[in-house]
Design a binder for this molecule. Structure first.
Ligand code: UD1
Ligand code: CA
Length: 447
């Protein structure tokens, strides 16, 4: 059984924020979310987060357990608090990581777990990830003896020679559970920071004749802890590049990944093309051969195949296949567009349903409206849905012609095949096939 302890009780003072550090977002998800997801992907069965009060209050969103570390007395103390909460398991494996490493990869955790159980390493009770990085660095230094680690020295306790060491402690460990439980009871806080260092377990194991296996990370970027907003921006850039690469490998063309802003858990069909300055957020999904952007924002947008959204904003809304939206349109609040709908320039649509092939090509506002198939909504049409107190509905049938600059004073119903003349102000229901004009709109009488 592999369990993980995620250290996240620190406030992250260098973020200069009222929000706890690991809740700051990278590509639309809290940093902690990535660490938890990656641990699960690497085969960890159960995760316990060591939290401060603010994080503890929000931990339910993450689907993991937490334990409050009321006083932050160091990483070794944090692990001890967590172990008191976890039921002891014989032959258990405990992964320890921190919640501020959103770029960590599944392979890093897997390689550390594998190193602990490698054949011929019976005396190994701990594996840890190391990384070569440019100096100066605030990371703890790895002091080696051959293939094994002898101890870890924190920067504040290091000698001048030790500070020259370029192999760093990434802060990712896998322990034999029994050995870890014993070692944490022996930690002392006699050091420059007066903290209980988890890293002192290394020296403890070595002096007890056990060995500690170093596992080099392929790239120090993957283990970068985020401490301030400059590093946060760097992490976002790297994560975004990974997300773009993943979709490009799945057949999506992204013209400029640097100005395409993605999040995890998006679905984008192959042969879709994404133009620059486009953000796609919150579980948006789309089919094949869509065209998105430039200068577009999608948030929880669900699109069919071959749909185009250009220079527009779509939030919490759905469009079918072969739909064309924009340039300069805004769809929001559970708007639903059927197949083949066309929404053109300067059109806002809120909480409305447009059936197949409806056209709203220019300068309109549709709110709380339901529109039947093949209806054409002329330029400048407005649903006057708000009477000063509440929102009212507009229902328009199939094959209707709404003339340019029509005002539809809701609640109002327009029957199938009806027509409104340009500039009509429709205050009463219009019957099926009826033609109305004027302000207030009246039926056209036959001559
Ligand atoms: C730690 C390591 C250092 C390593 C570095 C990698 C120790 C003593 N040092 O240093 O060797 O190079 O990580 O990033 O472990 N935390 C708690 N409770 C505490 C203290 C810390 O939950 O009482 C959490 C923090 O929120 C953070 C993590 O543990 O997520 C690491 O703590 P931090 O103080 O940042 O350790 P470093 O000084 O960076
Ligand atoms: Ca510290």
């Amino acid at each position: 059984m592999i369990r993980a302890i995620v250290l996240a009780a620190g406030k992250g003072t260098r973020m200069k924020s009222s929000r706890t550090k690991v809740l700051h977002e990278v590509c639309g998800r809290p940093m902690l979310w990535y660490v938890l997801r990656t641990l699960r992907a690497a085969g960890v069965d159960e995760i316990l987060v060591v939290a401060n009060e603010e994080l503890e209050a929000q931990i339910a969103h993450f689907g993991v357990g937490s334990v409050l570390q009321a006083q932050r007395l160091g990483t070794g103390h944090a692990v001890r608090v967590a172990l008191e909460r976890l039921e002891p398991r014989a032959e258990g494996r405990i992964v320890v990581a921190s919640g501020d490493m959103p770029l960590v990869t599944e392979e890093i955790f897997r390689s550390a777990i594998a190193a602990l159980d490698a054949e011929g390493d019976e005396g190994t009770v701990m594996a840890l990830i190391t990384a070569r990085m440019p100096l100066p660095s605030n990371f703890g230094r790895i002091v080696r003896r051959g293939r094994c680690v002898e101890r870890i020295v924190e920067v504040s306790d290091a000698s001048a020679d030790e500070l020259e060491v370029e192999e760093m402690n990434a802060g990712i460990y896998v322990f034999d559970e029994g050995a870890l439980r014993e070692a944490v009871t022996h930690l002392r806080d006699q050091n420059a920071q007066s903290e209980y260092y988890l890293t002192d377990t290394v020296g403890y194991f070595v002096s007890a004749g056990k060995s500690v296996r170093p596992v080099p990370a392929p790239d120090y970027l993957h283990v970068l802890g985020i401490n301030d907003r400059v590093e946060l921006a760097r992490a976002r850039e790297e994560m975004n590049a990974r997300l773009c690469a993943q979709h490009m490998r799945n057949g999506v063309t992204i013209i400029d990944p640097r100005t395409t802003y993605l999040e995890p858990e998006l679905e984008i069909g192959p042969d879709t093309v994404i133009y620059p300055n486009t953000a796609i957020a919150r579980l948006s999904r789309m089919g094949t051969s869509c065209v998105i952007g430039p200068n577009t924002r999608l948030s929880y947008a669900r699109l069919g195949d071959r749909t185009a959204v250009r220079e527009s904003v779509v939030t919490d809304s759905t469009a079918g296949s072969d739909v064309s939206i924009g340039p300069f349109a805004h769809l929001r609040d559970e708007t639903r567009l059927g197949d083949g709908v066309h929404v053109g320039n300067f059109v806002e649509i809120k909480k409305s349903k447009l059936a197949r092939r409806v056209k709203v090509s220019h300068l309109s506002y549709l709110g709380d409206a339901t529109i039947g198939e093949d209806t054409n909504v002329g330029a400048g049409t407005i649903t006057c849905n708000f009477d000063g107190v509440k929102k009212n509905e507009t229902v328009i049938g199939r094959g209707v012609s709404i003339g340019s600059n029509t005002s539809l004073v809701a609640p109002v119903t327009i029957g199938d095949g009806a027509l409104t003349g340009a500039g009509s102000v429709v205050t009463k229901d219009v019957l099926k096939g009826e033609r109305v004009v004027g302000n207030p709109a009246r039926p056209l009488t036959k001559k």
